[in-house]
Unconditional design. Structure first.
Length: 298
């Protein structure tokens, strides 16, 4: 196990790039109070305890939450600017997923919610060719014209196609969920790490530093030393300017507490400088959002 790092200071402002908020808990097994487990109020409470200033809600209209966009945007409106919702558009659980008319549906979301970004969940084991189809490119180019951050949930095998999308639509900022879903518990040559590192050549491709528990068959082994090795390789190739920390709350509680999701980066990565830590824990996201204060430009 790695010896925990002791940073000399906390970042001025910590921003969480990946959270969820649901009216009803969407996963199995059921929890004792499924109507409150994933509520936005719980997220704000966790943020307060960990010193997190603002958080992005990744809308996900899954299992009993078909109106998650409306719920998240309503809660964000009453949060005093602390919650920033990114609308779910055409994700894999929707009947319209990868059907004709994606750009028109995105336009409706833009007109309804005026989001700062959108989220699209792929079927992670499927062919990703839709992204480079006329429909997919039309969808992506519309997002780019509106200056939206395009957050993409994908599998490692889909990374070359996503790199192709980044090349074809260079004005689109693409942010990959959970270290591109690269695993630390399988041989490196099978994990997709090389594909993720290859994507670093594209300046509009960003990576979320989150989801450590997904890459381990032993989810109790905090701080996930093999996944820290994956992160180290990604950090060396992408640099802090294209990395963003995210907790994945409340799903992260399957593996660790909200505070631990922060400390796995802040306290267990001695290879990250204090200056770079400030970028990963908020500066990079603040810059993408145009937030001068949190990006360090204020």
């Amino acid at each position: 196990m790695r010896e925990p790092n002791k940073p000399d200071r906390m970042p001025r402002m910590i921003l969480d790039a990946h959270c969820h908020a649901w009216e009803r808990w969407p996963y199995q097994p059921e929890v004792p109070d499924p109507d409150s487990r994933g509520r936005a109020e719980n997220l704000l409470w966790e943020m307060d305890g960990a010193g997190v200033t603002r958080a992005v809600i990744i809308c996900a209209s899954i299992a009993g939450n078909p109106e998650n966009n409306r719920y998240a945007f309503a809660r964000a409106a009453s949060s005093g600017g602390r919650l920033i919702p990114f609308a779910d558009v055409d994700s894999r659980w929707m009947a319209v997923h990868h059907t004709p008319g994606a750009a028109e549906r995105l336009q409706l979301v833009i007109e309804t919610f005026n989001p700062r970004g959108i989220t699209h969940y792929m079927n992670e084991d499927a062919d990703a060719g839709w992204l480079l189809s006329p429909d997919g490119l039309g969808f992506a180019r519309l997002a780019a014209r509106h200056g939206l951050i395009f957050r993409l949930a994908c599998g490692p095998s889909q990374l070359p196609t996503i790199a192709g999308l980044a090349e074809r639509v260079p004005d689109l900022t693409i942010l990959l969920h959970h270290l591109g879903r690269v695993r630390g518990d399988i041989p490196t040559e099978e994990s997709g790490l090389a594909l993720l590192l290859e994507g670093a050549r594209l300046p509009n491709l960003y990576v979320k530093v989150s989801g450590f528990g997904y890459g381990s068959r032993r989810p109790w082994e905090f701080p996930y030393a093999k996944m820290l090795d994956v992160f180290h390789a990604v950090y060396d190739r992408y640099g802090a300017e294209r990395l963003l920390w995210g907790s994945d709350y409340p799903v992260v509680n399957r593996f660790m507490t909200y505070r631990q999701s922060l400390e796995i980066l802040r306290s267990c990565c001695p290879f990250v400088s204090s200056q770079d830590m400030e970028k990963i824990l908020g500066g990079t996201l603040g810059r993408l959002l145009g937030d001068a204060e949190s990006s360090g430009r204020g």
